[in-house]
Design a protein around this ligand. Structure first.
Ligand SMILES: Nc1ncnc2c1ncn2[C@@H]1O[C@H](COP(=O)(O)OP(=O)(O)O)[C@@H](O)[C@H]1O
Ligand SMILES: N[C@@H](CCC(=O)OP(=O)(O)O)C(=O)O
Length: 403
């Protein structure tokens, strides 16, 4: 982890007005100082609901167009690929359904998302068409991010869209996600998509021009220009709700997303949508989160951050050592307890004898099959129950140790 101190800068234009246009590059535009941005070939850009909607609610076509202008220009040279993770489905669906504010219940949020997602993608399609760019809609759930077959499929589709010169517009599949398995915000989804497509850069666009060292609405708070690692911002007061009332998660989920991406070797720039052009030109704007780690094995990041465990396995001490220190597969012999109603292929939590989660993995058996297997060796199981029981309960390739 990097230990440099965060750099703090005073900034007068912290909050985006609802002005539709991107900030024009003027004489005061900051100089190009970020080669990791100018050199990035594959970029994931995430834009929040608060940057796409009008003050009165509903989709703001001018703001969508302003963002599209910036993104189309970035990729116009043919050297850069962009994946856009766009929120805004729920916000866009409110007014057409006669709703004045974001409903609290999931069913009405899903209805709004169902109406709004169509409008959102229609708007992007029309707007990118001005530049002759095709968009492809990709809707993902947490399952698509943790199950091997879904994960590969999601990667293949996104990669193929990019190879064919299209621009993927990703959102969470809100209409089928339940409360338990929902990302809710798109910030972490964007970090995981960045990892999935092996992006060189993640740009998070919000209605605020960076991370502040306190509530940006209050005087005396300053923008943090650079974050070397989580310790740099351990003291920062990070709010969970945006002022516009249409976004979710606030700054908390953005910082978490930046942490996930940075730990996976992807640098992150967090700024406002109106500064997207500056940010993507490598100018010194917003908050830059340095990478803190290297790329990890593909799917495991998704397993750690995106999956919702459907149950847990209690491990004895030897099994905890084997899994955590030895990076070995989990065998039935080391399991003392089973909780939950999972089926083979589900993500489960692996806990130590004190109940602390130590790892997460995809289980190879249904919950109801496991009790009679506990504490027994693999050859014994094969002999007594049949050769299909001669398997690890969680294979080490499907297992991630929690840090
Ligand atoms: N320390 C902080 N620095 C910057 N913004 C903050 C901070 N704490 C809370 N916020 C709030 O987070 C909001 C952005 O979150 P959100 O509304 O969810 O945006 P989006 O829709 O873009 O995802 C900002 O408008 C700001 O008011
Ligand atoms: N998938 C949801 C995202 C929810 C949301 O508000 O996210 P964000 O604005 O990124 O905090 C939507 O499209 O409305």
């Amino acid at each position: 982890m990097a230990t440099e101190m965060a750099t703090v800068q005073q900034d007068m234009n912290r909050q985006d007005a609802t002005a539709p246009t991107a900030t024009p590059p003027t004489a005061t535009a900051p100089s190009v100082t970020r080669p990791f941005v100018t050199e990035a070939r594959r970029i994931v850009v995430k834009v929040g609901s608060s940057s796409l909607t009008t003050a009165a609610g509903g989709l703001d076509a001018d703001r969508v167009d302003a963002l599209v202008d910036v993104l189309a220009k970035v990729r116009s040279g043919g050297e850069k690929e962009i994946v856009l993770v766009s929120s805004g489905a729920i916000a866009a669906g409110l007014a057409p359904l006669g709703l004045t504010r974001r409903p609290k219940d999931l069913a009405r949020q899903q209805a709004a998302a169902s109406v709004g997602q169509g409008l959102l993608v229609a708007r992007y399609t029309a707007s990118f068409a001005r530049y002759g760019v095709r968009v492809g809609q990709v809707l993902l759930t947490t399952d698509d991010t943790s199950r091997r077959a879904h994960y590969r499929n999601a990667y293949r589709t996104l990669d193929q869209l990019l190879a064919m010169g299209a621009l993927p517009v990703v959102n969470e599949n809100d209409t089928v996600a339940t409360d338990e398995i929902r990302f809710g915000d798109n910030d972490r989804l964007a970090a995981l998509v960045a990892h999935l497509v092996r992006a060189d850069l993640l740009v998070l666009l919000s209605d605020v021009d960076g991370l502040y060292d306190g509530d940006p609405a209050k005087p005396g708070t300053s923008r943090i220009a650079e974050v070397g690692g989580p310790r740099d911002i351990a003291h920062v007061e990070i709010g969970s709700a945006g002022k516009a009332g249409v976004g979710t998660g606030g700054m908390v989920t953005k910082v978490e997303a930046a942490r996930i991406a940075a730990a996976a070797g992807i640098p992150v720039v967090l700024t406002s949508a109106s500064r997207a052009a500056d940010a993507l030109a490598g100018r010194d704007t917003g908050t830059y989160f340095q990478r803190t780690g290297r790329r990890s094995a593909d799917r495991l990041l998704w397993l750690a951050h995106a999956s919702t465990p459907q149950g847990s396995l209690g491990l004895d001490e030897g099994a905890v050592r084997a899994v955590v220190e030895g990076k070995k597969s989990l065998l039935a012999a080391g399991i003392a307890a089973v909780e939950g109603d999972f089926v083979a292929g589900d993500p489960v939590e692996l806990r130590d004898s004190a109940g602390r989660p130590v790892a997460r993995g995809l289980v190879n058996f249904d919950a109801k099959e496991l009790p009679r297997m506990l504490g027994r060796s693999t050859p014994e199981l094969a002999r007594e129950l049949g050769p299909e029981y001669e398997r690890e309960v969680v294979h080490r390739d499907d297992l991630v140790v929690l840090g």
